[in-house]
Design a protein around this ligand. Sequence first.
Ligand code: AMP
Length: 432
Amino acid sequence: MSSVSLQAPRGTRDILAPDSARLRALTQAFAAESELAGYGQVVSPMFEQIEVFRRVGEETDIVSKEMYHFRDPGDRHLALRPELTASVARAFVQHRPPVPWKVWYEGPQFRYEKPQAGRFRQFNQVGAELFGSDDPQADVEVIALAWRFCVALGLRRVRLVVNSLGDRADREAYLAALAGYFGGRADELSAQGRVTLARNPLRLLDSKRPEDRAVVAGAPPIDEFWSPAAAAHFAAVRAGLDALDIPADRQRLLVRGLDYYRRTAFELVSDALDGAQDAVGGGGRYDGLVADLGGPETAGVGFALGVDRLLLACDAEDVFAAPPAAADVYVVDVTGGAEATLLAEELRRAGLRAERAFGGRSMKAQMKSADRSGARWAVLVGPDELADGAVSLRDMRGTQAAGGTAGQSRHPRAGIVAELVARLAAEKGKTP
Ligand code: AMP
């Protein structure tokens, strides 16, 4: 046997309780916000034919360098999804649901990136897409959903930045202008910047390298290339956000990593996070995507939020704590443990959160665990209680101060579950 210890692969993590409960609570909050706005969940495969991603982003790093791809035993070339918009668009083409088709999703994505704080090789996203409308009000609805969700989490230091990439022809004209501009100053770019220039000059706009940034500062703005229709669309989106009091900053250099974006592009940035990894999410309009995947010309707009980053932002702002994990009842059984099994099961069947110890531990040790569990009540079963068909009920609130058997009362074993159900319901009724 090898002595090398096995660990989760680089860039991946195990998420244990209570963090896992927090992750689930965040997903549930997103589900609730999405469903309020009429979005239904779509659950799609974690891997797709590699073509799905190649068709939408051949020249992007995400697809060309960062994809986990493999051949299955049937020699199919597949890839773990690096993002979900392409998968959902593929599902749209396959099922042709009536439009507008409004969906939300959650789940892990996979990218072979350099792991660092807030950047993983397997990470979670939540997101939403709206297919089949080019109405700027659809952009507003989708952005408002992302915004409302961040507000619901309690985040106050998230900013919305918006831009428009124009229509396909505008984008192409802009690309040519950028290629000309950067080409003329190629010797000032970083070595990596020159590689990016050759592949996609648009990507230089969000380069973080200082040499590139100096050149980028003088690049022509996209506004000059917007068609009148694209300019009007962007103006309507901004007016719509204004009307909802959603503050949006125009960022003229904002571009998105995948090539299918048209018109609206947006990002949510947390000022509570470290600069390099401060984007908690982004999205935009992708009117060309469905057609790229072999479907009919279909407009679409959507976004994805990075769950791991959102949770880091929540930590930094000290909001959205893990849901409480305290037990309602702890069963302390010093008669061997079989009674604890029975009683805990009865309590759980009645909907109470019940815990117990294993291994015949002492009264003192079990009481200590009961304390640590945060249980509101302890039910004690000793030889006397067992002989009398009774249990002792201890109020765990303030046991430390009271000590001894204060706050303890005897009850018939047969009625204890109903008694606890009633007491907890009464207490919950009182708390606002
Ligand atoms: P993207 O599809 O690249 O725009 O990603 C949307 C959001 O997912 C980003 O704003 C991040 O919050 C998050 N994200 C992207 N890549 C990673 C990663 N490697 N690790 C963690 N979060 C990520």
